[in-house]
Design a protein around this ligand. Sequence first.
Ligand SMILES: C[S@@+](CC[C@H](N)C(=O)[O-])C[C@H]1O[C@@H](n2cnc3c(N)ncnc32)[C@H](O)[C@@H]1O
Length: 215
Amino acid sequence: MRPALPAVLDRTHERLFVAGYAWVQTRSEAAGMRSVRRSLVAEAAGRVLEVGAGTGLNLDHYGAAVDELVLVEPAAAMRDALRASRTGGPAVRVLDGTGEALPADDASVDTVVGTFVLCSVADPGAVLSEVARVLRPGGTYLGLEHVRAADRRVARAQRLVAPGWRVLARGCRCDQDAVALVRSSPLTLESTSSFRGPRQPWPVRPGVRLVARRP
Ligand SMILES: C[S@@+](CC[C@H](N)C(=O)[O-])C[C@H]1O[C@@H](n2cnc3c(N)ncnc32)[C@H](O)[C@@H]1O
């Protein structure tokens, strides 16, 4: 769990985090993250649910194969940014909700997208179980996550800064092993590939692209 703050401080922290996140991500997108996102999201098709959609950095990449797009996001400031950033494309609904209790029926979704979100949710195992519940059999989970570095010295440094980073970045666990989480979930992991995490702050580099399927 993220350390609790009084409500008024929490709202201010959320607004500051959204502004800071948008600033960091603008630089990262320009340095190459945009094409990492585009190649992942291009695989989304049919009825698509994006969990923890944030400020909407994936929205431009959903293509003609998407019939319907549901964006689930618990942070009010992120939902405001999401509504503002939508420019066109498939029918979109923005819903208040969490990954631990996805607002969708069993086996009702063709693709779930989650980018840099397993790090921030309270219970990543519960979220992956929910993803498996809402996906139809054979449906696809498309993910990008930052992960614990393979270099032991960097991994140790990530572990050292993790408690402070968690407070600063609203619960983000910078030293999490996202691949192991998906492997131990009800989903079948189909492929992983690494990316550098261009111009991301060092505790949240490197990254991994994940494709998994509901059996
Ligand atoms: C690091 S941001 C990533 C945002 C976006 N997916 C992206 O790729 O830029 C993490 C997001 O997860 C959201 N989040 C936090 N806890 C969550 C939960 N329990 N369920 C769903 N989303 C959550 C945050 O509000 C935030 O939008």
